[in-house]
Every structure is written in structure tokens, then in C-alpha cells.
Design a protein around this ligand. Structure first.
Ligand SMILES: [Zn+2]
Ligand SMILES: [Zn+2]
Length: 301
């Protein structure tokens, strides 16, 4: 399907409830279908379970490019780098194990803090069962656990009663050199997500461009130029920069949830928003068309 101008819509950046997104895959695919997105990538933070649970959404016939948004540490800061079209390999499995270990650590630490703050007691078996059935463990899951234990009536209630003073989940941070080695081993493409976001700590465009070029030396393939988080001026600046330095470029809504805090502030943040083929460099467009071809063959149309 196409947008009102007859252009195809692709969106290579969004989150599901397999990380901090508010939508199940069913809800997310409903949104993609409504917005006439023909190809998408679900890029959950450090997690890929969405791709292992696609049974219920096969009927939508939306082409998928495998993706994940990883926390990458560099010079005492961390960056979000999207990894596309990765192959399953021992290096990827090792990375995912490290992520899981970090998630469990975050959750158990949260429980310890709750015990200390409110003198709560938790049954060890119930804790372990909850951990085993949740692939992503953040503050939302701590709230869910408190609801399950009948200590709160809803996630919101659990937050206000208990978890508000607890720190937010940062997520596993992989050092840049190791991350780019992983990308190489998985035969993937790496794209720096929402570059303008880092201006908050880098302070200047010049410094940002320096960092991007340092990433390039390590193996970074491209930058996310189109993301609705930045002005047209920045889009142009980053597109020119990408072309000048031989980078790939891409687009993505970074959709998290309907009527979430970010979406309320920026109503344009829906899946697929303005993301046409021009938002992707030829290499990424090719990846998308390959996924579309695969989807077409699968459904026999
Ligand atoms: Zn991000
Ligand atoms: Zn994101």
C-alpha cells in the first residue's frame, strides 16, 4: 500500500513491548497497517524476541527487516546504534546472554531496594517464575510484579506507592569496539540512531560529527537522518554530512506507544510518518526491497 501521494512507506525504527514500547506485536502491526507501512523494522532495545514471536501477525503481510537498537558505550557516554539484517551467530548469542544477565541484575536489585525501603518480603520461587516468563525486565515489570503479588492494584498504583524513587533502567551498555566487532560477525549494517539527541551532552554539531567519524573508523555504516525529532535544517545537515563521508542513511519514527509522553508532545510521532523511499540510502532501500520480495513470495501473491 502507498500513502496519499502514491509513495511507499517504510519505517525502520520502532519499539514493541519486548522492550520499552507500549504495544504488543498485534497492536503494533495494527498501527503499521493503519498507517500503510509496507516494510518495517522492530528495533527493541538490546532485544530481538519480537522476531521469535511473529506467529500472530503473519497475516498483515508487512515486510520485516530484522533490527535491534543497542546501547553502545564510548568515552564515558553511551549512544543508540541500530543494527539491521543481523545473522544469528555465536557472537550474537553471547551478546544476548550478557543483556539477559544485566536485565535480571536490574530486576533483582530493584527488589532489594523495595525490601529495604518498604520492608517488603518476596517469595523466591515467585520471583524466579516472574523472571523466567519475562524477557524484558524494567521498572514497568517491577510494577507488574507488585501487582501480581497483590501489593498494588495497577502498574500506576505500584509506581506511586513503591517504585517512583527507584532509578530507571539504563540497559546493558556494550563497549563500542566490541559492538562493531559484533556487527561485523553478524554481517549486519549499523546506523547511529537519532544523532541530534547526543547534542544534549556533546554540546556542538562539530563534536557530534567528530564522534560519528570516530565510530566510522570502528565500522559504523550510517546515520539515521530522518526521525521526526529534528528540524528540516538538521535533516539537510545530516544528509549532506552522510553523503560527503560515504555513510548510509535511514529513517524511523522511533514509535514507542500511542499517547505516550513523547507522542503527546510531538503528535507527528506515529509509525511511518513521512518515511518514504527517499529517506533511505540505496543500500538500505535494497535491504527493504529484498524483505518485501521475501514477504511477497511467502504469501504467494
Ligand atoms: Zn534510541
Ligand atoms: Zn528507539
Amino acid at each position: 500500500m502507498k500513502n496519499t501521494k502514491g509513495e511507499l512507506i517504510f519505517d525502520l525504527h520502532m519499539h514493541s513491548h519486548y522492550s520499552d514500547g507500549g504495544c504488543s506485536l498485534q497492536q503494533l502491526f495494527d498501527r503499521l497497517h493503519e498507517q500503510r507501512v509496507v516494510a518495517a523494522s522492530i528495533t527493541d532495545h538490546n532485544h530481538i524476541e519480537a522476531y521469535q514471536n511473529l506467529e500472530g501477525v503473519q497475516t498483515y503481510k508487512i515486510a520485516l527487516v530484522k533490527g535491534m537498537e543497542c546501547n553502545v558505550g564510548f568515552k564515558r557516554e553511551y549512544y543508540h546504534i541500530l543494527m539491521y539484517d543481523f545473522k544469528d551467530c555465536p557472537a550474537l548469542q553471547k551478546y544476548l546472554k550478557l543483556v539477559r544477565k544485566d536485565d535480571v541484575k536490574f530486576f533483582k536489585k530493584g527488589l532489594r531496594q523495595l525490601k529495604k525501603l518498604y520492608r517488603l518480603k518476596f517469595d523466591r520461587k515467585k520471583v524466579n517464575d516472574f523472571i523466567a516468563k519475562n524477557t524484558y525486565l524494567d521498572k514497568v515489570r517491577l510494577n507488574n510484579f507488585l501487582v501480581e503479588q497483590k501489593l498494588a492494584s495497577s502498574g500506576r498504583d505500584a509506581f506511586h506507592k513503591f517504585t517512583k524513587p527507584l532509578p530507571e533502567k539504563l540497559g546493558y551498555i556494550y563497549p563500542a569496539k566490541k559492538f562493531f566487532a559484533l556487527v561485523k560477525k553478524c554481517g549486519a549494517i549499523s546506523i547511529l540512531a537519532h544523532p541530534n539527541k547526543y547534542l544534549a551532552f556533546l554540546q556542538s554539531e562539530k563534536k557530534l560529527q567528530e564522534i560519528i567519524l570516530q565510530f566510522k573508523a570502528m565500522g559504523l555504516d550510517g546515520i539515521e537522518v530522518f526521525n521526526n525529532r529534528q528540524t528540516k535544517r538538521y535533516e539537510k545537515l545530516h544528509l549532506d554530512f552522510a553523503k560527503k563521508h560515504g555513510f548510509e542513511w535511514s529513517g524511523g519514527s522511533d514509535f514507542h506507544k500511542e499517547f505516550g509522553q513523547i507522542e503527546r508532545k510531538k503528535p507527528g510521532r506515529v509509525v511511518g510518518h513521512n518515511l518514504t523511499a527517499q529517506c533511505y540510502s540505496p543500500k538500505l532501500a535494497q535491504l527493504i526491497y529484498k524483505a518485501m520480495e521475501k514477504e511477497k513470495n511467502k504469501t504467494g501473491e
